[in-house]
Each structure stands twice: as C-alpha cells, then as structure tokens.
Design a protein around this ligand. Structure first.
Ligand SMILES: *[C@@H]1O[C@H](CO)[C@@H](O)[C@H](O)[C@H]1NC(C)=O
Ligand SMILES: *[C@@H]1O[C@H](CO)[C@@H](O)[C@H](O)[C@H]1NC(C)=O
Length: 495
C-alpha cells in the first residue's frame, strides 16, 4: 500500500446502544468572538409588523393556510454576517437553522420551523428563532459551527448545543420549551386537561401533592433531559384522571400516555431522573412500530436490544396487525416490534439484503439480538403462534442465528478495524480521521466526518460501491484535504 495514498477507515461496531447514547449526548463548543455590529432592530421591526397584522386580522375572516405560513416565516429572524453574532450574544436563547437554498431537506424543515416559531411566540417563550443561509454567509456559518444542511443549533447565552429533538412542528416546540426553562406544562382545571388532551398524542403525567421536594425535582429534571415527550403536572387527582383514567394514587403518580393500544403505562419505580428516562425509553414505542425515514434513527438507537422486524405488503400487514400486537404485548419492553413496508425499498432492502431475500414479496419475520450481534429468520409461516415461539426463542437465546452463505472476509487489511463499546469513543469520536461505521449485522452505515464527529451522516446501505466512494470523496474533501482509499474487497463484503 503506497503511503502517498491516504487511508480511509472502516470500523464495525458491535454495541448498538452506544449509538443512541452518542446521538443524544453530543454538545459542541461555544462559539468564539467576532465584532460585527448590527443589532436587533430587524427583529423588533419584524415583531412589530407582525403584531400590527395580528390586530388587523382580528376583524378579518380566517386567514388561509398560506397566510399563516407566510406570517410564521416572518417571525423567523434572518441572520447575515452583520447581525448573527450580535443577536446570539445579546439573547439568552436563540435557535438557529442553518440551511442552503438548494437543499431539499432544508426546504422541508423550513415551514415547520416557522410554524414552531409562531407557536412558541404565542406561548410567550423567550426563545428567538433565526435562520442563516449558510451558503450565502459562509463566514457566519463557520463562526456558529454550522457544517451541514439543515443544521439546528440552540445558543444559550452564546454557547451552542446540538439539537436532538424531532422534526415536526410539535416536536420542535416541545424540545425548545424543554431546553429553555419550561419543560413541564401545569394543568389546574379539568377543562385545561381536556384541551390538552385534544392536542397531544403522547405525554407524561405527573401528579404531586405539592410541586416541591426531591421527587418532584427529579421529575422536572427528567422532563428537561428527555428530548421528545411533553410532561404535564397537576396536584389535582380529578384533573390527572382526565389524562390517565386509572390513576390509583392520590398523592404521587407518574404515567406515560400514548395514542395507540397499550395507551397507558404506569411508572412503578422510585422517582429518579434516570429511572424515569429509562422507563420512557422502554415504553414510548407503540406495540408494533411502523418504520419511517423520520423515526429510523430512534428505532435503531433504542436501548431495547432484541428487535423483531416484520416485512409485509401493506394489506397483509393490516390483517396481521392485531394478532401481532397481542404477541408484542407479551414481550412488552423486552422485545421491540417494527413493521417495514416491503414495498419501501429504501427501508426494507438494507435489511432483506442481510438475509439474501431482497427480491421477496411475501411476509417475512426477522429478528436481531444486538447484545450478541446475531440475526435470525423465521422460516415457518408467520402465523401468530409461530411468531410467538420465534420471539420466545429470541428472548431465551435458543434460536439458531442466520448466516448468509458467503464466507466472511478476512479483515486482515489494516483499513478495516473492529471496535467494541469501550473503544468507540477513542477510535471513532476522538480519531482525527473520517470514519465510516458499519454496525455488525445491522443495516446501518454512518459516516463521521473528521471535521465534525457530532453530526454523523446516515448513508443508504444499498448504495453501490461507486456511490459510496463518491459520497465519501465529496465529504472528506469538504472537511479537509484528506483523500481516501477504499478497500474494495472489504467494502463490498460489508455491504
Ligand atoms: C444567561 O445569562 C444571564 C445573565 O448573566 C443569567 O442571568 C442567566 O441565568 C443565564 N442563563 C442560563 C440558562 O444560564
Ligand atoms: C398502582 O398500580 C400499580 C400497577 O398496577 C401497582 O404496582 C401499584 O402498587 C399501585 N399503587 C397503589 C397505591 O395502589
């Protein structure tokens, strides 16, 4: 291997859990100085304009959706090289969306971001929302630490924090309030609770005699630390019962409510922040989850390491759903059940390829034990009884792992390393190199650019070698002058 050719490294990770840990725990450095001076005038003008319109609108008929959106867009500040730094330094909380005009994912996020801005303003949130065209203002973008599109960063007194909430309007609002001092909504009357219930699908209810004491503090800390679920509190049992009918305690209670079957889960442990967060991790998913592009990272990073994936056409799945839910209920919080529409190539193919079944059109049930990196295939008809036995075998470790017929490549080549949980931080996060991470027997490829390890990019695993090389070249060049060399044999086999 010539030393003139720079190297590129591929690691395999056996501990999936770390991925979730990693995704939810990154924080980046504070932004450093710049003396651009411009000020908040722009913002105040915009807000004033907006209020004026609001008053006029009072007398008008309901404005159309487009009006609402354009109004929302105007609530979002526009950053430029002149005002960005100043506004961030002068405000306690600023949420910045770094975007590029040509980027479709930015375009998708923009209206939701704007609607979230409007909702937050109506709630009296102290948070400012701003957007920066990172292509037009690269200087500000690099100053703020915006490296990809779209990027969301929260600045608290000038220091940035990576966004790790969801991407719907509601999820942006929930996350923003959690991180800006309003993590819990207090409900005092039955009518407030009924209103709340109309608007929220998933939430945590806390009932406390008094909003004080260590248990209450742990509850609030959990509410701030969690990234996606709205917490509510009340001291009135009747109010709590509107949200959670089976409350069996009048002085202290915590429960999770979801929209699907298995709607109510009672927290039965001691009140501690970590215990509460763990309870949510294990109970927040539906009995049978439906995989989408939006929730895939959350599914892949769940701490539940026994996972069953069902592949079927939509009609077949509809018939199977209720019996599957019955099976899933028996393995609740031990095995995670996820359905993937077999017609959705982007989602289904990477998994099916692992079993050499990419052309299959019939219903398939597969499983992963991410504690030991094994995969399994149900070879019998997917009847409820067979699925249940399969799950039972998965739980008790008695299934035979599935092996694809190809031989495992000899990874003696120095460009491919195997890492385990303990070495993840040193070898991936702290390495000066760009890293392509493949998780053993799991169809996910993550690319960690050397310039920004906190923002891994998810690659479609069905990429051809050529596409993969092009992607890596582009991203490595973007980061620094490190070229790459791909170990062809290894890469092919890894795919
Ligand atoms: C931001 O700074 C102000 C003024 O120093 C301080 O009062 C406030 O607590 C800080 N906010 C946070 C969230 O640390
Ligand atoms: C409430 O119900 C849960 C679950 O059924 C149970 O573990 C708990 O002991 C009950 N608490 C009281 C005060 O009855």
């Amino acid at each position: 291997m010539s030393t003139a050719k720079p190297t590129f490294t591929i690691f395999t990770l056996t501990l999936l859990l770390l991925l979730g840990f990693f995704l939810s725990n990154m924080a980046s450095e504070p932004v450093t100085g710049d003396d651009d001076d411009d000020d908040l005038e722009g913002l105040e003008e915009l807000l004033a304009l907006d209020e004026e319109e609001e008053e006029q609108e009072g007398s008008r008929v309901k404005s159309s959706e487009a009006d609402v959106l354009s109004k929302a867009q105007r609530i979002v500040l526009e950053f430029s090289n002149e005002n960005a730094k100043r506004i961030i330094d002068d405000n306690e909380y600023v949420l910045v969306l770094g975007y590029a005009p040509w980027c479709p994912r930015s375009a998708e996020l923009m209206p939701r971001f704007a609607e979230a801005a409007m909702a937050l303003k109506e709630m009296g949130s102290p948070l400012l929302l701003a957007k920066l065209d990172a292509e037009r203002y690269p200087k500000s973008a690099s100053l703020l630490g915006i490296k990809g599109f779209p990027t969301l960063l929260l600045f608290v007194n000038g220091s940035s924090q990576v966004y790790n909430g969801g991407f719907s309007k509601e999820e942006i609002v929930i996350w923003a309030r959690k991180k800006t001092g309003a993590p819990v909504i207090k409900l005092t009357s039955i009518s407030e609770a009924e209103e709340f219930l109309k608007k929220h699908q998933m939430f945590v209810v806390g009932l406390f005699e008094k909003f004080e004491g260590s248990e209450y503090e742990e509850f609030v800390n959990a509410a701030s630390a969690d990234n996606e679920i709205q917490f509510v509190e009340t001291s009135n049992t009747e109010v709590a019962k509107v949200l959670f009918p089976d409350i069996n305690s009048s002085n202290r209670f915590l429960g999770l409510v979801k929209s699907e079957p298995e709607r109510y889960s009672i927290f039965e442990d001691t009140f501690g922040k970590d215990k509460i967060l763990q309870f949510l991790e294990y109970n927040k998913f539906p009995l049978v989850n439906i995989l989408t592009e939006l929730n895939s990272i959350r599914v892949y990073s769940s701490p539940i390491k026994l996972q069953v994936f069902i592949f079927a056409e939509a009609d077949d799945f509809n018939n199977l759903l209720v019996p599957l839910q019955d099976v899933a209920r028996k393995f609740k919080s031990k095995i995670m059940f996820t359905y993937i529409d077999i017609a959705e190539d982007d989602l289904a193919k990477p998994f099916l390829t692992l079993f050499g079944l990419e052309e299959s059109e019939k219903t398939l049930v597969t499983a992963f034990d991410n504690r030991i990196s094994s995969k399994f295939l149900l070879e019998l008809d997917p009847t409820p009884i067979n699925v249940e036995e399969f799950c039972s075998g998965l739980l008790h470790g008695t299934l035979s792992p599935y092996f694809k017929s190809e031989t495992i490549p000899d990874n003696g080549g120095r460009t491919v390393h195997t890492i385990v949980g303990r070495t993840f931080k040193d070898l991936v996060l702290s390495s000066p190199q760009s890293i392509l991470l493949e998780i053993d027997d799991y169809p996910t490829l993550l690319f960690y650019p050397s310039s920004d390890k906190s923002n891994p990019i998810k690659l479609p695993t069905k990429s051809s070698l050529k596409e993969l090389a092009a992607f890596i070249n582009k991203n490595v060049r973007a980061g620094e002058d490190r070229g790459i060399q791909i170990n062809d044999q290894a890469t092919k086999d890894e795919l």
